[in-house]
Design a protein around this ligand. Structure first.
Ligand SMILES: Cc1cc2nc3c(=O)[nH]c(=O)nc-3n(C[C@H](O)[C@H](O)[C@H](O)COP(=O)(O)OP(=O)(O)OC[C@H]3O[C@@H](n4cnc5c(N)ncnc54)[C@H](O)[C@@H]3O)c2cc1C
Length: 467
C-alpha cells in the first residue's frame, strides 16, 4: 500500500488564484487523481479575489467550455451579451476619442466569437465549484522559497511549516516567490540582486478601478454606451516628455496618455470602470509601496474633465476607487527550474499590462495545457523525477514563446490606446489627430486583436505529440 502511494506524482500548486484553480479543475476532469497527490498552498487566509471585471475572449472560452463550465459562464453573462460563437463575427470593443463634447469613433473591433465580461469573483467561484472536494487546500501558507533535496523539492512557508513535492507549479502571481527562487538558482546573488532580477517593473500607470451601480447611469442616460458594451475611450497625449527607447526591448516610444475602459458585468447590474493614468517620470521604476491602495473619486474625475457626455454621466456616479499600479515582468528565458521540477504559470511567468484583458485567460490556457501534459506523461508510468522533468520541458517549450509574445503585444496595444504609438509623435499639446490618422490607428488596433479568437488546441496537440 505504502509503495503504491510513494509512486504517485506529488504535485504542489503554490497560489490558489485563477491559474492555480484552473489547473486543479483540469486535473480533476482528466481523472488522474489516483495517480497524483495534489496540494494547493495559498498565502491568503481565505480564497477570495480582490479586483473587479475580467473579460474572457474566445480562446479562453473554448477551454472553459472543454472543462464543462460553459453553462455556468452563460448564466453569469450581462443581458444582451451572448455566449461567444466562433462561427460568427461579433463585437469585441468600441474605441473612441472622447476628450471632447462630441466623441469620435476610432474603431469597433470585431472578430470571431465575441467578448464575455464577468466579475472576477464569479469566475473564481465557478472554478472552485468544479475543483475536487477532496483537494487539499492549505490556506495561510505563504511560500518563501523552495530547495532541492534527494526526496524532491522542499517548500518553505513563512508560517514555519515545510512540505515536499515532485512537481512544483508556481502560480503565485506577479510577485511570485517561486520565480524569485528559480531566477536565483546557480547564482551567488545577494538578496538585493535577487530582488533586482525578479522584481516587477512599474509601467508608471495607475489604474483606478471601481464598480458603478448601472441603474444610476441608466436612469440619467438610458442610451449610455457604458451600459451595453465594452468601450475604451482615449485621448492623445497632452504633454510630451520626449521619445525614449524602452529599457528592455527597445521598441516603444514613451509619452503621456490617459484612457478609460468601461464595460457591464454582474449580469448588467454593475459597470466595471478602469481609468488609466500614466505618470511618465515613473515609467520603468520599481514600485515603492503597496500595489493596491484606496483612492478618492476626485482622483479619477480631475483627469477626465470636459470629456463626452457618457463619460461625464458615468463619473458622476463613481464611488471611491482602488488604485492599482500596473506592473510587468521582464520576459523570462525559461519558465522552469534547473532541475526541471518547478515551473511558472500565469502572472508568475509573464505578468503584463492589462491591455488585452487576457492575463487570466492565458493562466487558464496554461493550466489546461499543463493538466493535459501531466495526464499524458503519467500514462508512461515513469518514476516521479522523470515524469516531472518531461512535463516541465514540454510545457516550457510550448507555452513560453506564446505567452511571452502575448505579454509583449499587450504592452504595444497599450501604447496605441494612449496614442503613444511610434509615428504619432507630432500629435501633442492639443494638436488634433486627423481622421485618416485615427482610422490608420484603428486598423492597427483591429489587427492586434486577431490572436484572442484563435484556438489554442493545435498547440496543445503539438505539445502532446512531443510526449
Ligand atoms: C487592472 C487589471 C485588469 C485586468 N483585466 C483582466 C481581464 O479583463 N481579463 C483577463 O484575462 N485578465 C485581466 N487581468 C489580468 C489578471 O488579473 C491576471 O493575469 C490573473 O489574475 C493572473 O492569474 P494568476 O492565477 O496567475 O495570479 P493571481 O490571480 O495573482 O493569483 C495568485 C495567487 O497566489 C497567491 N500567492 C501570492 N504569493 C504567494 C506565495 N508566496 N505563497 C502562496 N500563495 C501566494 C495570491 O494570494 C493569489 O491567490 C487584469 C489585471 C489588472 C491589473
Amino acid at each position: 500500500m505504502d509503495l503504491v502511494k510513494k509512486k504517485k506524482l506529488r504535485i504542489a500548486i503554490v497560489g490558489g488564484g485563477i491559474g492555480g484553480l484552473a489547473l486543479a479543475v483540469t486535473l480533476k476532469k482528466l481523472g488522474v487523481e489516483d495517480k497524483i497527490t495534489l496540494d494547493v498552498y495559498e498565502a491568503a487566509a481565505k480564497l477570495s479575489q480582490v479586483g473587479a471585471g475580467v473579460t474572457m475572449w474566445p480562446r479562453a472560452w473554448e477551454i472553459m467550455k472543454n472543462l464543462g463550465m460553459e453553462e455556468q459562464l452563460i448564466a453569469k453573462l450581462p443581458p444582451g451579451q451572448e455566449k461567444p460563437a466562433m462561427s460568427e463575427q461579433r463585437f469585441y470593443l468600441s474605441m473612441r476619442k472622447s476628450n471632447q463634447r462630441e466623441g469620435v469613433p476610432i474603431v469597433d473591433v470585431v472578430g470571431p466569437g465575441g467578448a464575455a465580461s464577468y466579475h472576477r469573483a464569479d469566475i473564481q467561484s465557478i472554478l472552485l465549484d468544479q475543483a475536487s472536494p477532496t483537494l487539499q487546500y492549505h490556506l495561510s501558507h505563504r511560500l518563501t522559497k523552495y530547495r532541492e533535496s534527494k526526496d524532491g523539492l522542499i517548500l518553505e512557508f513563512s508560517n514555519g511549516s515545510t512540505a515536499v513535492c515532485d512537481l512544483l507549479v508556481g502560480a503565485d502571481g506577479i510577485n511570485s516567490a517561486v520565480r524569485k527562487t528559480l531566477l536565483a538558482e546557480g547564482k551567488h546573488w545577494t538578496e538585493e540582486e535577487i530582488d533586482l532580477h525578479a522584481r516587477p517593473i512599474w509601467t508608471g500607470i495607475h489604474c483606478y478601478r471601481c464598480l458603478v451601480d448601472a441603474d444610476l447611469v441608466r436612469r440619467e442616460s438610458p442610451e449610455s454606451r457604458c451600459l451595453n458594451k465594452l468601450t475604451l475611450v482615449s485621448i492623445p497625449p497632452n504633454l510630451t516628455i520626449g521619445v525614449t527607447k524602452s529599457d528592455w526591448d527597445g521598441s516603444f516610444a514613451v509619452k503621456i496618455g490617459y484612457h478609460l475602459v468601461v464595460y457591464p458585468i454582474s449580469q448588467g447590474q454593475q459597470i466595471n470602470v478602469a481609468a488609466l493614468v500614466l505618470n511618465p517620470e515613473k515609467k520603468g521604476t520599481y514600485l515603492d509601496g503597496p500595489v493596491v491602495q484606496q483612492s478618492k473619486r476626485e482622483d479619477i474625475i480631475r483627469h477626465y474633465q470636459g470629456w463626452e457626455e457618457d463619460v461625464e454621466v458615468l463619473l458622476k456616479h463613481i464611488p471611491d476607487p482602488s488604485r492599482w499600479s500596473i506592473q510587468y515582468i521582464k520576459p523570462l528565458d525559461s519558465y522552469i527550474s534547473q532541475s526541471g521540477r518547478a515551473l511558472l504559470l500565469g502572472d508568475a511567468a509573464h505578468a503584463t499590462t492589462p491591455d488585452f484583458a487576457s492575463g487570466a485567460g492565458l493562466a487558464i490556457e496554461s493550466a489546461y495545457f499543463l493538466g493535459h501534459i501531466i495526464s499524458k506523461v503519467l500514462e508512461k508510468n515513469l518514476a516521479p523525477y522523470a515524469s516531472a522533468t518531461t512535463i516541465t520541458k514540454v510545457y516550457d517549450e510550448i507555452r513560453r514563446p506564446f505567452c511571452n509574445a502575448a505579454a509583449a503585444a499587450s504592452r504595444t496595444l497599450g501604447t496605441m490606446s494612449n496614442f503613444t504609438v511610434p509615428g504619432s509623435e507630432q500629435y501633442i499639446d492639443g494638436v488634433e489627430m486627423p481622421a485618416d490618422k485615427l482610422s490608420e490607428l484603428g486598423a492597427l488596433i483591429q489587427g492586434g486583436w486577431d490572436w484572442v479568437s484563435t484556438s489554442a488546441m493545435p498547440d496543445l496537440e503539438r505539445a502532446l505529440g512531443m510526449i
